[in-house]
Design a protein. Structure first.
Length: 247
């Protein structure tokens, strides 16, 4: 795939996914209106207000019609979408830059930003992510599903008897289910370990900085996806290092 084409299409996709993140998380129809609108004044956005990154910079993060502040999330989504094909292309020895792999990252970013901003993940994003995993092939075994089911039952028991509230959303379990089908057993266990380990590290850092309290609910999908991609690209190296140290 040509890198310039990948960057251009990824930038366009970033603008489209920004619209999907807003509409799907706020109960706005995907078809009414068909054109892009300002979330505050609902005025139609012109083409020059939809240029990825450039429009946000040119308008100083504000709507041209009402002057309302535009969420920085729009800028960060577009930046992440543009940098993703560049990072994949730079790491050409690690992975081939294909449309399926690029789209997998698009849905991953949509899940991350939805969970961070709204604490909700539309099933459109999580199911899209799973469909793209399926296109790349599943190598998981039945025992992976047993591990997933055990994890599911354990977390539900903790929610009922300890937390007294829902801690993990359905989309989180769906992502864990997808990784169970995608990875073989050693890499699936590694991805689970990395997800909870990364979540623990960030939680401790936030508590140390007093940016969160012990009862603060943190979005967990970003850790699941970070663990997934780390395992997908570097899992074999991690496992080889483990066996060298402890085998």
């Amino acid at each position: 795939m040509d890198i310039a084409t990948a960057v251009i299409f990824s930038a366009i996709a970033g603008s489209c996914f920004n619209m999907l993140i807003y509409r799907l998380n706020n109960g706005v129809s995907l078809f009414q209106p068909l054109h892009s609108i300002c979330p505050q004044c609902r005025e139609r956005l012109h083409w020059f207000e939809l240029l990825p990154v450039l429009s946000y910079w040119r308008q100083h993060g504000r709507c041209n019609s009402c002057g309302g502040k535009i969420s920085p999330r729009y800028l960060w989504v577009e930046i992440c979408f543009i940098l993703t094909p560049l990072a994949l292309w730079a790491a050409g020895g690690i992975t081939a830059l294909t449309w399926a792999r690029l789209a997998l990252f698009w849905f991953g970013w949509a899940i991350v930003f939805s969970d961070i901003e709204c604490r909700e993940i539309p099933y459109f994003f999580s199911l899209g992510f799973l469909c793209l995993l399926w296109l790349q092939g599943f190598s998981g075994l039945l025992i992976n599903l047993l591990v997933w089911l055990t994890l599911f039952l354990l977390i539900k028991a903790l929610e009922k008897f300890h937390y007294k509230k829902t801690v993990f959303g359905g989309a989180d379990f769906l992502l864990f289910f997808g990784t169970a089908l995608y990875f073989d057993l050693p890499r699936y266990v590694l991805s689970l370990y990395l997800a909870f380990f990364l979540g623990l590290l960030v939680s401790l850092a936030l508590l140390a900085k007093r940016w969160a309290r012990r009862d603060t609910a943190l979005p967990f999908a970003p850790f699941i996806l970070a663990a997934f991609f780390l395992t997908d690209y570097f899992g074999a190296s991690f496992l080889q290092l483990y066996w060298r140290l402890y085998a």
